[in-house]
Design a protein around this ligand. Structure first.
Ligand code: NDP
Length: 260
């Protein structure tokens, strides 16, 4: 597997955790993207400080506001990205932003189920729709008939917790709203792969591993097995190797196919 080489990338939820790690590693590639759009809810806020520091050093990094649960915000970001790219398209869309609420089945509510589904599932759906014209443009501008992340791709950050067959780490947390949202995100990815294949767009759903972030857990008493760096390095390697064979699949950070 070689290094990922892609002209333009957009990452949601890029101010911390895996999103920030993806941005850092993409900037550090031997051939970094010419355009890297790092989006987050509050680009000027304290929680985006690291991203702001990076942007002051890397002129290919553009920070944009984007709330994935808000269609108006998504459309505004797509318009801005289009302006930056001029006539060219967006090659790689990484739907990374996500939320979890630690709950038991008996305590799930309409509000929590709806909020988690809106962010984790509807967000990536709307992102795919809004950025479709730019992804199509990227595919049209790349020679060859195959699919790849360098050409045009949607990567949805899912979770093994959404696997219906394995129900990964049930003992650790039921998090039913989260599991349902990621199972639905996996189905969305399959549907996107079928609908967007004819436009030359590859679609995959990825499990990043169990990673030391705010969501994964990072206290002294408990550390998940993977660092952000290890997960991101693995995922970028996997992305560099994807072709039409993998579109519509559920993979982990090492490229292993996971059960739905
Ligand atoms: P973090 O909680 O560390 O970061 C989540 C990111 O998503 C933050 O940047 C947050 O922004 C952003 N975000 C949340 N809601 C929205 C929204 N409505 N609009 C825009 N941005 C939003 O999580 P991780 O980095 O660990 O997780 C990233 C992805 O990986 C998620 O989709 C998660 O489900 C998945 N994943 C993570 C695992 C892990 O072990 N860490 C395991 C399996 C999957 P803000 O700072 O504004 O809140």
């Amino acid at each position: 597997m070689g290094e990922l080489c892609v002209r333009s990338v957009l990452v949601t939820g890029a101010n911390r955790g895996l999103g920030l790690g993806l941005v850092q590693h993409l900037l550090g590639l031997p051939k970094p993207p010419q355009w890297l759009f790092a989006t987050c809810r509050d680009p000027k806020g304290q929680r985006a400080q690291e991203l702001q520091n990076l942007a002051s050093k890397h002129h290919n990094l553009v920070i944009l506001p984007l709330e994935v649960a808000n269609p108006t915000s998504i459309k505004a970001a797509a318009a801005k990205v289009g302006e930056h790219l001029g006539g060219s398209g967006l090659n790689l869309l990484i739907n990374n932003a996500g939320i979890v609420k630690i709950t038991l089945l008996e305590n799930e509510t309409l509000e929590d189920m709806t909020e988690i589904y809106t962010t984790n599932t509807v967000g990536p759906l709307l992102m795919g729709q809004a950025f479709l014209p730019l992804l199509k443009k990227a595919a049209q501008g790349s020679p060859g008939s195959g699919l790849s992340c360098s050409k045009a791709a949607i990567v949805n950050m899912s979770s093994y917790a959404g696997s219906i067959e394995d129900v990964y780490v049930w003992e650790f947390g039921q998090v039913v709203s989260y599991r349902c949202s990621k199972a639905a995100l996996n189905m969305l990815t399959k549907c996107q792969s079928l609908a967007y294949r004819e436009h030359g767009i590859l679609c995959v759903t990825l499990h990043p591993g169990w990673v030391q972030t705010e969501m994964g857990g990072s206290s002294e008493s408990f550390k998940p097995p993977l660092t952000v760096d290890a997960s991101v390095q693995g995922m970028l390697k996997v992305l560099s190797s994807l072709s039409e064979k993998e579109t519509g699949t559920f993979l982990d950070w090492e490229g292993k196919i996971l059960p739905w």
